[in-house]
Design a protein. Structure first.
Ligand code: HEC
Ligand code: HEC
Length: 321
């Protein structure tokens, strides 16, 4: 049998098959209140220190209303971003937030090129862009539903709006062998009460810096992404030297990964979002002609490689200072 380094060819291809079908469950946390749980309060007004606005808990959880805590921090919201359109087009700004900063369970949209945004919404609609996770994943399923029901004009307006915004830095990437113990709430991990720690074990654990402000959808409150020690340096080397024997990431995504001629900006995106995309390309779930280079590139990479790339990409500043 032909030997390649310390592996036989059969062993290598067996490894690739394993990696391709490896879709780590910790990337898709999901725990929503059961049907029949008490409705959120619709009387008491909740506030944030630097905002003049107030919302009730029921308003905070209304998918047809972006929580615009800081209305002067961005241009006026197009209707599809502010309220969406009943019954199926939830407000883009509910999930991606009014200034496009997004949350780890969805994506930051601020500063993505408008034609890229339009093309992705079309890919969700056509089913070309699917999740690698085949079980239910509410955020992804809702995005697909919005894409299937929004009009071309609504998508164009949203794309133009988000493309003109600048993405602030929203996540700190921290290397740690032992991380705070977490539980799942909504589609996110959150730090458990008490000070227990547990081994990170090859995962990315992304949690809000402040859980209450996260729940209120405060765009000024950020996230911490814990990653295994050594990930950032390893990811950096892979993005420059080329991973999986393919071109360096910078060839297409630009020198600082802030966007290039072919690839969209990825610097400063949430590591868990980036990881879900790399896993989706590798599994073939995110497909289409534009996705072909990404599928080829990730095919030979292990899950640990993808974690390192996601850690490095998330650690970069999304813009020049
Ligand atoms: C219910 C929540 C929700 C709403 C409402 C929503 N999205 Fe999304 N969106 C998501 C999630 C979740 C993802 C990430 C999907 C994935 O992991 O591939 C996403 C991803 C995207 C992406 C891909 C970003 C990238 O970097 O490739 C685009 C573009 C997008 N949404 C546009 C929109 C637009 C435009 C609207 C309003 C018309 C909208 N979304 C409304 C949840 C939502
Ligand atoms: C040959 C060009 C090319 C190279 C090299 C390349 N990419 Fe990409 N990448 C793309 C294109 C094109 C897309 C958009 C795919 C689509 O439209 O579905 C993309 C999309 C992505 C996305 C999803 C972005 C989003 O917002 O959803 C991530 C993450 C990504 N690339 C990371 C990487 C990393 C990490 C590397 C290096 C290991 C890399 N890319 C190398 C062309 C490239």
């Amino acid at each position: 049998m032909l030997a390649l380094g310390s592996f036989s060819r059969a062993e290598l291809s067996a490894q690739t098959v394993t990696a391709k079908s490896d879709v780590p469950p910790w990337l898709y946390p999901l725990a929503f209140p059961p049907a029949g749980a008490p409705l959120p309060d619709s009387v008491k007004l909740l506030r944030l220190p630097h905002s003049t606005r107030a919302f009730t808990r029921a308003q905070v959880s209304d998918l047809f209303m972006a929580k615009d805590w800081y209305p002067t921090s961005h241009p006026p919201l197009p209707a599809v971003v502010a309220t969406g359109r009943r019954p199926e087009v939830h407000a883009c700004g509910y999930c991606h937030l009014p200034a496009g900063g997004g949350r780890p369970e969805n994506a930051a949209l601020a500063g993505l090129p408008a034609d890229y945004i339009v093309r992705q919404v079309q890919a969700f609609r056509s089913g070309e862009r699917r999740s690698a996770w085949t079980g239910p994943h509410r955020p992804f399923d809702l995005m697909t539903r919005v894409a299937k029901n929004a009009t071309e004009d609504e998508v164009a307006r949203a794309a133009e709006y988000f493309a003109a915004l600048t993405l602030p830095r929203r996540v700190r990437v921290v290397e740690a062998q032992r991380v705070p113990r977490t539980y799942v709430t909504g589609a996110l991990h959150a730090v458990s009460p008490g000070r227990q720690r547990e081994a990170i074990g090859g995962r990315i654990i992304e949690v809000p810096e402040n859980h209450e402000r996260f729940e209120l959808r405060d765009e000024r409150s950020g996230f911490v992404a814990y990653v295994p020690p050594g990930s950032i340096a390893r990811g950096r080397a892979m993005t420059r030297l080329g991973a999986g024997g393919a071109a360096a990431c910078t060839t297409c995504h630009g020198e600082s990964l802030r966007g290039g001629a072919i690839g969209p900006p990825i610097a400063g995106q949430f590591p868990s979002y980036v990881m879900r995309q790399l896993v989706a390309f590798r599994s073939g779930a995110r497909a289409g002609s534009a996705a072909a280079p990404m599928q080829a590139m990730t095919a030979a990479l292990s899950t640990d490689d993808l974690v390192a790339l996601s850690a490095y990409v998330g650690s970069l500043s999304p813009r020049r200072h």
